[in-house]
Ligand binder design. Structure first.
Ligand code: ATP
Length: 315
């Protein structure tokens, strides 16, 4: 094999079609049952041989705008740096690489962007350093970096249980067309889980003691049938209520999207990105234009999309 000096990998953002959150364990973690779809909104990670570990974060135009990346750390807190160090440690190497991340997935938006960057970094550095790990090894390392990393490697559609890392691929009978309404300001995921716990504690403590979430069968059937209207009816998100309570602007945007033709709008993961499922590409284009005319940032996406891949820059 030739010695690559520069490798590029992409990885997708995702939307949780269903997200059931179980009770909080003593360590504060939650059992999840989720059905995730990878979308063709891709972050790119470029790695080059270097003397030290160095991270740069750039942005790419997505539709009429680009993702705000000012809040993303470029030190050891960055998910790509953590991925590089973990892979280097596993392979017995020094973590030497210059890593450039180009973001399309909104930062702190509930679409797993940091996890996508970790997944793309693992794949790109595996090629640059010629560590030649299996997908399974990479997924095991990924699970240690964050609950969404194995899914960013896998892509497509999958049921996730446990912390969300135990994945079973699901079948999708076609492509689904989305509009993502992006907020300038991200929302920290742990705060949304804490708000959910506090609400359950106040209002229904008896429900939090034994609830083990499941993925609704109706969602899996709709997905398999390639039926967006049925999928829209089956979509759920336990984090939606706490997300809407902490960000008052989101409810009106959900109403707007559904009034302008979306089959359904849902908070993406922990938010604040809103994901609107539409009947077809033409409806999605019209909805994205309606959001833009309202002064919002909205981008089109389709799914399911493949997981992390080695490849070229996307223009
Ligand atoms: P989660 O996957 O926890 O739901 P999210 O999808 O809401 O998170 P992300 O964009 O994945 O949001 O980022 C979550 C946090 O991780 C942010 O506070 C961000 O500053 C930090 N972060 C670390 N590395 C990255 C990265 N490579 N890209 C984006 N954010 C990063």
């Amino acid at each position: 094999m030739t010695d690559p000096r520069r490798v590029i990998a992409t990885a997708p953002g995702k939307v949780n079609l269903t997200l059931g959150v179980g009770e909080a364990a003593n360590d504060g973690s939650h059992a999840l049952a989720t059905l995730c779809m990878a979308l063709d909104l891709l972050d790119e990670v470029e790695v080059r041989a270097a003397d030290t570990l160095h991270i740069r974060v750039g942005r790419i135009r997505v539709g009429a705008s680009s993702v705000a990346t000012d809040t993303v750390a470029t030190d050891d807190r960055n998910s790509a740096a953590r991925a590089a160090k973990l892979l280097a440690e596993f392979a017995g190497l020094e973590p030497r690489a210059a890593i450039t991340i180009r973001k399309r997935v909104p930062v702190g938006g509930g679409m797993g962007g940091a996890s996508a960057d970790a997944a793309a970094t693992l794949l790109a550095l595996d090629a640059l350093w010629q560590t030649n790990l299996t997908r399974e090894d990479l997924a095991d390392l990924g699970a240690r970096l964050g609950a969404d990393v194995p899914f960013a490697l896998l892509g497509g559609v999958a049921v996730g249980t446990g912390r969300g890392t135990e994945l079973t691929p699901a079948l999708a009978g076609g492509s689904f067309e989305w509009v993502l309404r992006i907020s300038d300001e991200g929302m920290p995921t742990p705060a949304v889980y804490r708000a959910l716990d506090a609400h359950r504690e106040r209002h229904a403590p008896h429900l939090t003691t034994s609830a083990i979430p499941v993925v609704p069968q109706a969602a899996l059937l709709a997905l398999r049938a390639g039926d967006p209207a049925a999928l829209a009816d089956a979509m759920t998100n336990d984090l939606q209520a706490p997300a809407l309570r902490s960000r008052g602007d989101l409810a009106a945007a959900l109403e707007f999207g559904e009034a302008k033709g979306a089959l359904v709008g849902i908070v993406a993961g922990s938010g604040p990105t809103l994901a609107f499922l539409t009947a077809d590409a033409a409806s999605a284009d019209a909805l994205a234009a309606a959001f833009t005319a309202r002064g919002d940032t909205a981008v089109r996406a389709s799914g399911p999309a493949p997981g992390a891949r080695l490849g070229q820059r996307i223009r």
